[in-house]
Design a protein around this ligand. Structure first.
Ligand code: URA
Length: 442
């Protein structure tokens, strides 16, 4: 294995063969290729991209870097959802039990925070005792009993993504179409889902800044999924301002609990519903949108969605007392309010800056070995389109360390813009793509 030559070849714009890709990924997982060599390879891929065959080989090598789960023994079409990463994006926490409570099996393999965006695993781990690293046998048991299990990549399940994900997070190689697509699809294919719904984020707070980039990413994800025989649907959703009000791990769990009781913020509820409808349609659980929406309302109002989440948290070792009384979730010691410098309608509340501020407070990582502080974060008190009086608080900062607060404040300095005229209503879902897009795009 000549890691150096492969990196050089890629850096010069060449394509790696299937065999070369396989041996590079295998060598990395085995520890024969160092982190710094993989980091250099990721940077070369970032600048040079990947050819179609090369990307398929890379994804397959990641997928088969560990064991794969066969869920054919479980009833129905197994459907999962994944987001490409956003700020305040706690949707999976509410969406997965909501859909599972309607009898659809949802095997969910998620990730940790990446860059300025949060990750489902970190959020779940703010529930005391919750275990995201289960054996295959336990995963299958919980999935069979409750229709939902939420875990992470591990030493045995998509281990290549586990290592690469953490490495990319700290080497500025996250926002790259082939690396995102292979990361998402390798773990989703390894978990054994039959169909996938993807929330492809676009905007200043997303990894894809323009709709053209987001469409390319969605098309790439769909091509990989459909190529492996898994029907895949992508919604393109705007990520300019944070979703919902809470940013930060325990704070987001608290908001997800409100969502499961039908009390969540309008934008987060609306997008979760749209994604849930797509999942129910793919699973064949509802014949059309209106029927799916009706089922979803019933699951929420009857408390079935909530009960499913409680059952799964208990099964995965989490302390369910925290769900019944979210005041017991980890809380930061200090709070600080930010006030509007002048009166006006909020026309910009920059997701990227808010996400970076949350990372600065300790909600995300800067180095692979960093531990995060699940209690810290931000709460958006007024959303885009709302009127703010001069001096009215618009953001609540939850923090533990003064030094970190200072840095967060630097990110927040330009995060808010108010104007006299109300902005147009913020867009949420700006596109839907499925296999019909393959062949239509260049
Ligand atoms: N989600 C993932 O799982 N991987 C990425 O690279 C980005 C978002």
């Amino acid at each position: 294995m000549r890691a150096y030559e492969y990196i050089l070849h890629k850096r010069q714009g060449g394509a790696l063969t299937g065999e070369e890709v396989k041996s590079f990924i295998r060598g990395y997982v085995a520890g024969e290729i160092a982190d710094y060599q993989m980091a250099a390879m990721c940077m070369a891929i970032f600048f040079r991209g990947m050819e179609e065959g090369e990307l398929l080989a890379w994804t397959e090598a990641m997928l088969y870097s560990g064991e794969t789960y066969d869920l054919s023994g479980l009833p129905g079409v197994k459907v999962d959802k994944h987001s490409t990463g956003g700020v305040g994006d706690k949707l999976s926490l509410a969406l997965a039990p909501w859909v599972a409570s309607l009898g659809v099996v949802v095997p969910m393999v998620s990730g940790r925070g990446l860059g300025h965006t949060g990750g489902t695993l970190d959020k779940l781990e703010s529930i005391e005792g919750f275990c995201v690293g289960l054996s295959k046998q336990r995963f299958m048991e919980i999935l069979g009993k409750h229709g939902l299990c939420m875990v992470g990549q591990s030493e045995t399940l998509a281990p290549a993504d586990k290592k690469l994900y953490a490495l990319r997070d700290v080497t500025a190689t996250v926002d790259c179409v082939p690396l995102i697509a292979s990361s998402i699809m390798s773990k989703k294919l390894a978990e054994g889902a039959d169909a996938l719904v993807l929330d492809v984020k676009v905007g200043g707070g997303a990894f894809m800044k323009t709709e053209a980039q987001a469409r390319t990413l969605a098309q790439t994800l769909i091509a990989i999924g459909e190529g492996m025989g898994k029907p895949t649907v992508a919604l393109l959703s705007r990520m300019d301002a944070p979703l919902g009000r809470a940013i930060g791990n325990a704070l987001e769990v608290e908001e997800a609990l409100e969502m499961l009781q039908g009390r969540g913020p309008a934008d987060a509820m609306a997008l979760t519903r749209r994604l849930a409808v797509e999942m129910l349609l793919l699973a064949g659980r509802a014949p059309e949108v209106a029927a799916a929406e009706k089922l979803l309302e019933e699951a929420l109002s009857s408390g079935r969605a909530w009960a499913c989440f409680v059952d799964v948290v208990r099964a995965q070792g989490g302390n369910v007392k925290l769900l019944e009384n979210p005041k017991l979730l980890p809380k930061a010691r200090r709070r600080k309010l930010l006030h509007a410098p002048r009166a006006g309608y909020i026309c910009r509340q920059e997701a990227l800056a808010l996400g970076q501020a949350a990372v600065a407070l300790g909600a995300g990582r800067r180095r692979v070995e960093d531990t995060i502080d699940v209690a810290v974060g931000l709460v958006v008190l007024c959303k885009v389109g709302e009127w703010l009086e001069e001096g009215q608080p618009w953001l609540e900062i939850h923090y533990n360390e003064e030094g970190r607060l200072e840095e967060a404040m630097r990110h927040l300095a330009q995060a808010l813009e108010v104007r006299e005229e109300p902005p147009p209503p913020p867009a949420l879902v700006v596109g839907r793509m499925d296999k019909t897009c393959l062949g239509l795009m260049g």
